[in-house]
Design a protein around this ligand. Sequence first.
Ligand code: NDP
Length: 486
Amino acid sequence: MQTTENRTERMDCSHFIDGSYVQSGNGKTFENTNPATEELLGNVAEGGTEEVDQAVRAARKALKGEWGNMPLKKRSNIIRKIGDLILERQDELARLESLDTGKPIWLSKSVDIDRAANNFYFFADYMTTVGTEAYQQDDIAIHYAVRKPVGVVGLINPWNLPLFLMTWKLAPALAAGNTAVMKPSEVTPITATILAQICKDAGVPDGVVNVVHGFGETGAALTSHDNVDAIAFTGETVTGSTIMKAAAPTLKKLSFELGGKNPNVIFADADMEDVIETTIRSSFINQGEVCLCGSRIYVERPVYDEFLERFTAKTKELVVGDPFDPNTNVGALVSEEHYNKVLSYLDIAKEENGTFLTGGKAAEGFDKGYFVEPTIITGLGKDSRCVREEIFGPVVTVIPFDTEEEVLEQVNDTHYGLSASVWTGNVKRATRFSGQIEAGIVWVNTWFLRDLRTPFGGMKHSGVGREGGAHSFDFYSELTNITLKM
Ligand code: NDP
């Protein structure tokens, strides 16, 4: 495999507590590897209850300090500046994100880092416009609500969009005046480590933004901590359920963005050119490691053959390769553990008598790294594990359908409910069908088109609560209603 950039760079990661980088008290570290080369990227401080406690105490102290009393405009300017500094360091951050995750560098730059900066710009503006409610009760009283930060918030994130997802939580948390302890995934610790320094460089006072690295136990210490007021979590459904239990004794406010097994429904009257182009992205972008990927594809029978022929041909053109090669479409999966999980589903598909139109195996030509070929599977029934379970890799199943009723039943026959795409040229059907889908987000004739003001999140086992605009702001705020008797 050709290497187009220095990919042996080392990046050790320390915790960031009260404005400084620190190691764990017991000196424990773990290794972080590059999933495309299996080389060591660096050692990462392994935090435990002691480091979580230090970070929470720093965050609590900072809440009462300058940050808690900062004028709105000044806080908004600092948040905007974080966005500026992310863009100033865009090339560096994109390079590190690709080293850490295995994703193509063009994707890191144009999506992960660019949208990370945008999250700060959006909430820097939003916070200056947000209001509360007031009611006059005849000539008896005026009731009005005042908004306060929730307090110390724990932000726990997965590995697929490390910086982007962390900023999607940190930006509104800071905008609403909270202080934070971040727990990035152990698999992708690098960009959160840098984000903490960027916040400090932008003028965020010490203790407001903290990072503690570690495994699930580190996250667990945060979720059960007495002095943490809220947990915003993105990750697997099972982990969400564990966190809910851990947070119950201290009655924390919770926001969950969880797993998905999203349907992509293609009716015969859809614009097939558009369908193919977008479905290639919604199936395989970021190696299929996006919670919103449409991994269950349903195609109306009259265009089933045409769809398969064109979709298969385009998928075969995708280049699996070095994340630093600009021609690469699909990079490496994030870790050996995840690679083995995805490959195990390909074995399951074989046992279930699925037909592989492409892929079905590890990509050839790589001595090292976790590369899997983009895979299209047909011939599986609705009860197949590959159709029902979240694989979170470059693997899609395609199933034909005959009627709207039949496909709607299959679409909703899942405990997930994150997102869906519907393709049709018929406006009436688009309205009727999209309204009946049990998912938090439905795209009609598009995919991944986001406006940060809109509600984002899943129903059923795909989430609790919504993020985005007012929804994020409400989660990171508490309201006190004041009644003034006239
Ligand atoms: P996990 O749930 O395994 O991990 C997410 C984070 O939680 C990691 O930082 C992890 O630590 C931490 N964690 C693990 N156990 C605990 C615990 N008991 N208490 C507190 N924290 C804990 O998810 P993955 O990292 O595997 O990410 C993939 C998942 O994320 C997929 O299911 C995907 O659908 C979902 N996702 C959902 C999105 C959405 O918006 N709905 C967006 C993106 C991803 P560590 O891993 O370091 O041990």
